[in-house]
Design a protein around this ligand. Structure first.
Ligand SMILES: NC(=O)c1ccc[n+]([C@@H]2O[C@H](COP(=O)([O-])OP(=O)(O)OC[C@H]3O[C@@H](n4cnc5c(N)ncnc54)[C@H](OP(=O)(O)O)[C@@H]3O)[C@@H](O)[C@H]2O)c1
Length: 298
């Protein structure tokens, strides 16, 4: 299948590499000059079509049946949709699938723009950090028409292990936002638990083992207890992006008249971490402002 991939960041670079390895003919673009060419050079050798590198999204999308996007936020996806609508050639029969986390409102706005020129649109955000993007074992939740889901499914199956069609445009985004708000709340609770343990002289190794064995366990415990204890904030998922997702979830809940106090508390901690210059660090760095509040280091 001729596929365009727009956005080769932490996630996109790995997802696109899997599509190449699976034999798809890829044309790629990413914002930073020279980065896509370097990505193509670094691909593992193999018996697969060589991807083509482009200077603009429209050039990458030219002739592609399906265009996948993996950028940061709604503004960026809207700009891509507007660009493709203006310069992306004939839209009929073509599909833009945005895999970034941008919230349902932005997904619907992007759909309105691109569908006006005959394209179809789906949102298909993902969960699972860079290791799962690299392994092709992401969880992918897609919103849009059933027929469009069927068309893009072979590509999603290359990138993901659990691939679900969850409703119309924007519905994938809502499921994703709620998931990340829970993850942020769990990570915040974990950091606080570790600090209370440290302050009270509890055995941290034992605590992590006991929580992992039972009701205190979570994926965040498994993924982030180690990095937090070592203050290792090597970026798998940028703190700034986690804050984006929590904010979007809270906004959607507020619109529906439902609060999410645990997510609101996580937002405050993430905001405080942003104030410490940790936007690009892994979100495990939310530990830092909590250490500041507690007046201790793990
Ligand atoms: N990392 C994770 O664990 C994870 C997991 C699930 C979902 N997500 C979501 O997936 C999306 C991408 O995350 P990521 O971790 O891959 O982020 P990232 O490493 O920061 O990559 C962001 C991508 O967007 C591009 N970009 C940045 N600013 C842009 C702009 N103004 N206009 C056009 N393109 C722009 C970047 O281009 P250049 O690199 O060429 O500058 C890069 O390709 C986000 O929505 C994030 O919330 C991330």
């Amino acid at each position: 299948m001729r596929v365009a991939f727009l956005g080769l960041g932490i996630m996109g670079s790995r997802m696109a590499a899997n599509l190449v390895a699976a034999g798809h003919e890829l044309s790629v673009w990413t914002r930073t000059e020279g980065k896509a060419a370097a990505w193509a050079v670094d691909l593992p050798a193999g018996d697969h079509p060589v991807p083509t590198v482009h200077d603009t999204p429209a050039s990458a999308a030219d002739g592609a049946e399906i265009v996948l996007a993996m950028v940061v936020d709604g503004q960026q996806v809207l700009a891509l949709a507007e660009g493709l609508a203006a310069d992306g050639g004939e839209g009929a029969g073509r599909l833009l699938v945005d895999m970034s986390t941008i919230g349902p409102e932005s997904a619907r706005a992007a759909a309105t723009v691109i569908e006006a020129t005959g394209w179809s649109f789906m949102d298909a955000p993902v969960t699972g950090s860079s290791p799962k993007a690299a392994d092709g074992t992401l969880t992918i939740m897609a919103g849009g028409a059933e027929a469009d889901f069927d068309r893009v499914r072979p590509l999603l199956d290359v990138m993901g292990a659990l691939v679900l069609h969850v409703g119309g445009v924007g519905q994938g985004q809502m499921v994703k936002l709620i998931n990340n708000a829970v993850a942020a709340a769990n990570a915040t609770a974990l950091a606080q638990a570790l600090l209370v343990a440290k302050a009270t002289g509890a055995d941290l190794d034992a605590l992590v083992q006991v929580m992992g064995a039972g009701s205190g366990g979570s994926t965040m415990l498994n993924l982030k207890a180690g990095p937090m204890r070592e203050h290792d904030y090597s970026t798998l998922f940028k703190l700034e992006h986690m804050l984006k997702d929590v904010r979007l979830c809270l906004e959607e809940g507020e619109r529906a008249g439902v609060g999410f106090p645990a997510a609101a508390a996580a937002r405050e901690v993430l905001n405080a971490a942003m104030g410490r210059g940790l936007a690009d660090a892994d979100f495990a760095a939310l530990l830092e402002p909590l250490e500041g509040l507690a007046g201790i280091r793990l």
